[in-house]
Ligand binder design. Structure first.
Ligand code: FAD
Ligand code: NA7
Length: 553
């Protein structure tokens, strides 16, 4: 591999070996791997003004990872693991952003990242077998490899509620939060009670003059259990990372706790309650769902037992019976599990009101606030949309992304987003996705690392074969999709209406979007494909007439 690239001219280039879109966890590590390990000439584009991805955009009050701090990070560099300092069990948005900035500095990544640059088009040119990339600013670039690290929870969903532009106050989506919003003393309305909604509601309730929560679907949530972590515990984790990471990467959820192998109905009701109570006291949504019993998301009775436990807690915590009724979910406990820092208790505050918009829908947004069907106009200074994301494929279909024969990704995904292994799409040669559709449903940094490393190995392999072109076959993609569907059908998740299945966006096809057999099984699947000489892929030699850019460097 030729790594003698003229570094003085590389920043003016428009031709690259690889273009990466996105400078979050995925894009940053991809740049490091391709540039610093493979010696490729790489440019990263992000529409954001700096690194961070999710954590650049989601600056809303209360934004917190619900993965424990020690696992919401990269594992690839032992020194980085030892050097990075933290002191809380869970890590908040400013600290994650600081971490990703530290990573960018440590590996000198920024010099190859172009910020404030939204990619508007990426088209595969069959004649040159290169990707032709355009930005919204009208610039054009080309590359032999395209890596999309666009984020799966990144394209914001702002519901089309009548009158939204008439509102005279301030309005924000949590996923595009300006960072300097003053809420103290104001009348605030929050639409949405998902993971984000419950964080922002809990954080701002004590400081705002009045908070009106517009809830469509009540949620099951358990305490997160955040707090200062004793220095000795942190030291013990750091000393044990060499054991922790392999264990995490073999596990299902990659959240670090021991996943239960005991069916809920195999123990007595008293034991079940004690197990749930212990998990409630310890904290963590994934722990409550996967650490208590083995079949909460696969067995209806087990699921109902967990749901009933949480319902009982809501009844205990919330003083007003009518508010408790509205807050109490009745369906399956089968969405991404939520955890909070005192969410239900917020409704005992005098300055907080709950509006159930399923019973009493929002009619319109007015100049002064939100009017519901009962005729009440809820007067507000600020409206916060905590209404989630066009998840997984949302950022893909915004780009004019075209593969062989000019097929757009939108056309390719008309029956719902698909992939082979969560990383590739047939008809889109030399395009690799980080967190593409039907990737693992886990704590994400270890899954992101898994994919980035697999992509990097694949590109290394192609480079050592003279820069070949690789493409998933349609049959392999269809087969992977069927596998993901079959796994999802074994779970109750497929019955829950949420972004996990594309069910949160009006008109979006309800379809499988994740490989739900866990990270360990996913890593096995990736490895077995490589061991079988990239089973499910076609590789073509690069055309002789097309000189390799690197060879001239
Ligand atoms: P992102 O961080 O989303 O980065 C994608 C980047 O691509 C963005 O910066 C975006 O600007 C850029 N981009 C997109 N389209 C374009 C374009 N056309 N042109 C240029 N740039 C573009 N995961 C967990 O595992 N645990 C958690 O506790 C957790 N909490 C979360 C809380 C919130 C509020 C949210 C929104 C997500 C959370 N996630 C969590 C998921 C989180 O998104 C991932 O953990 C991780 O940050 C994803 O990294 P990424 O690099 O793949 O994507
Ligand atoms: P979610 O989980 O999709 O939650 C969005 C919330 O917004 C949810 O309560 C929705 O109600 C509500 N919503 C959406 N549209 C409307 C309209 N039109 N009217 C009223 N309420 C609406 O997004 P989050 O940002 O909270 O979390 C996404 C992930 O990011 C999360 O899992 C973490 O991984 C981080 P619904 O339930 O659809 O009835």
């Amino acid at each position: 591999m030729n790594i003698s690239i003229d570094r003085d001219t590389r920043n003016d280039s428009t031709d690259f070996d690889a273009i990466v879109i996105g400078a979050g966890f995925g894009g940053l590590y991809m740049l490091h791997k391709l540039r610093d390990e493979l010696g490729l000439h790489v440019r990263v584009f992000d529409k954001a003004g700096d690194v961070g991805g999710t954590w650049y955009w989601n600056r809303y009050p209360g934004a917190l990872s619900d993965t424990e701090t020690y696992l919401y990070c990269y594992s690839f560099d032992r020194e980085l693991l030892q050097d990075w300092q933290w002191n809380t069990r869970y890590v908040n948005q400013p600290s994650i952003l600081a971490y990703l900035n530290h990573v960018a500095d440590r590996y000198d990544l920024r010099r190859d990242i172009q910020f404030n640059s939204a990619v508007s088009a990426a088209r595969f040119d069959e004649a040159t077998q290169t990707w032709q990339v355009e930005t919204e600013q009208g610039e054009s670039y080309s590359a032999r490899y395209l890596v999309t690290a666009l984020g799966l929870l990144s394209a914001t969903n702002v519901p089309n509620i009548a009158g939204r532009t008439n509102f005279r106050g301030e309005q924000y989506h949590t996923g595009a939060w300006p960072g300097d919003v003053e809420l103290a003393g104001k009348r605030v309305g929050v639409i949405g009670t998902g993971s984000t909604g419950i964080q922002v509601i809990t954080a701002i309730a004590p400081e705002v003059a009045h908070l009106t929560v517009f809830q469509r679907t009540p949620q099951y949530s358990v305490p997160v259990g955040n707090g200062i972590m004793p220095a000795a515990e942190i030291a013990a984790i750091k000393a044990d990372y060499d054991n922790i990471w392999p264990r995490v990467k073999r596990s299902m959820t990659a959240f670090g706790f021991e996943e239960s192998t005991i069916p809920a109905m195999s123990v007595s009701a008293d034991t079940r309650r004690a197990v749930f109570q212990k998990a409630w006291d310890e904290g963590g949504g994934f722990r409550f769902m996967f650490g208590t019993f083995s079949d909460i998301v696969t067995d209806e009775a087990a699921n109902e037992a967990a749901a009933e436990f949480v319902r009982g807690k809501i009844a205990e915590i919330v003083d007003d019976e009518e508010t408790a009724r509205k807050l109490t979910p009745r369906g399956y406990y089968a969405k991404r599990p939520l955890c909070d820092s005192g969410y239900y208790a917020v409704y005992n505050r005098d300055n907080v009101a709950l509006v159930d918009v399923r019973e009493n829908p929002i009619d319109e947004i007015t100049e002064r606030g939100i009017r519901t069907t009962d005729g009440i106009e809820h007067e507000l200074d600020v409206i916060i949309f905590a209404t989630g994301f066009d998840a997984v494929d949302g950022n893909y279909v915004k780009i004019d992304l075209r593969g062989r024969g000019g097929e757009t990704i939108r056309e390719h995904w008309r029956e719902g987003p698909t992939s082979y292994l969560g990383t590739t799409v047939s008809g889109f040669p030399n395009m690799f996705m980080v967190l593409g559709p039907n990737g693992p449903f886990t704590n994400l940094p270890p899954s992101i690392e898994t994919q980035v490393e697999w992509i990097s190995d694949c590109i290394k392999d192609l480079e050592s074969n003279g820069g070949a072109v690789i493409e998933a076959t349609r049959a392999a993609e269809d087969d992977w999709t069927r596998t993901c569907q079959a796994i999802a059908d074994e779970t109750l998740f497929s019955k829950g209406e949420s972004w996990i299945f594309g069910a949160n966006i009006p008109g979006k096809k309800h379809t499988v979007m994740f490989f739900m057999a866990g990270l360990g099984a996913y890593r096995d699947a990736l490895a077995s494909v490589v061991d079988a000489d990239y089973r499910g892929f076609e590789r073509r030699p690069r055309r002789v007439s097309e000189p390799r850019k690197l060879a001239a460097g």
